[in-house]
Ligand binder design. Structure first.
Ligand SMILES: C[S@@+](CC[C@H](N)C(=O)[O-])C[C@H]1O[C@@H](n2cnc3c(N)ncnc32)[C@H](O)[C@@H]1O
Length: 247
């Protein structure tokens, strides 16, 4: 997947994509990142990228001309353009299902706003979709772009060593994931649930599913109300797994 990022602060992207899984995804060419400084698409002597808002008010607004120039230069000659995402607190809420959808694309382009935001003509004149990472306001779109790229990149087939891990993650099937344990078996008096040591795959599956259902009901009842529970789910919610023990 090719990913282009338009930003006024390219240095912010040094680091987050240079470690761990995303670095490996880049090294293995699953993801090709190109970071563009919007200031390089200004054509005036002072390389101005922002200006005061018409009608008055606080803050500065990102000017449309450099953004249009950047998008046009990046997409010039392309048969099919990228899916274009404008980071914006007013946008469609980002979610695991949108991450899954974006992971199918071959080319994404992110525009990171800053200051009071971007001149509205950018989203009128260019096919940007506004996307928000939550109901709060950050200083810029760089962190939202990083969040979205991280969530999307790990869903590209081949990026995660074990693809099932993404399939079992929270939200993948509408539920929160079950709890995890590793060695030691006992730590400061806290024991690993017996069932996980039993080697009985079916019991472990049922126990994990029940934990996932219980956890979602307790922490995110809104999620539970959005999915269709199977008969087994109903039964698991009502009754502990046979021989379930907590050690
Ligand atoms: C200070 S914000 C502008 C907020 C804008 N004045 C408003 O009230 O909607 C500056 C930039 O940060 C980014 N941003 C801030 N919060 C965000 C969020 N929750 N999701 C996505 N982008 C966000 C956007 O790119 C935005 O243009």
């Amino acid at each position: 997947m090719r990913i282009d990022i338009l930003t006024l602060f390219p240095e912010m992207f040094l680091g987050p994509f240079d470690h761990s899984i995303i670095k490996r995804a880049r090294d293995n060419a699953y993801v090709q990142l190109r970071i563009w400084d919007i200031r390089n698409f200004t054509y005036d002597r002072h390389r101005v990228v922002d200006d005061v808002p018409y009608g008055g008010g606080p803050g500065m607004i990102m000017k449309p001309e450099p953004v249009f120039a950047a998008v046009e230069a990046i997409t010039k000659g392309a048969k099919t353009g990228p899916r274009m995402l404008l980071m914006c607190p007013q946008g469609q809420p980002f979610s695991q299902s949108l991450a899954k959808e974006l992971a199918q694309e071959t080319w994404l382009l992110f525009l990171c706003g800053h200051y009071e935001g971007v001149d509205e003509r950018v989203s009128i004149g260019l096919p940007f979709e506004k996307v928000s990472i939550g109901d709060y306001v950050l200083t810029g779109g760089e962190l939202p772009a990083m969040v979205i790229i991280d969530a999307v990149a790990r869903l590209i087939p081949g990026v995660l060593g074990e693809p099932e891990s993404a399939e079992q993650d929270s939200f993948a099937d509408g539920l929160l994931e079950h709890p995890h344990y590793t060695r030691p078996q006992e730590f400061r008096g806290m024991k690993v649930p017996e069932v996980l040591l039993s080697g009985h795959h079916e019991k472990i599956r049922r126990w994990r599913r029940r934990q996932s259902l219980l956890r979602t009901r307790e922490l995110r009842p809104d999620l539970l109300s959005q999915i269709q529970l199977s008969r087994e789910d109903e039964e698991l919610l009502a009754n502990p797994v046979e021989d379930e023990e907590w050690g």
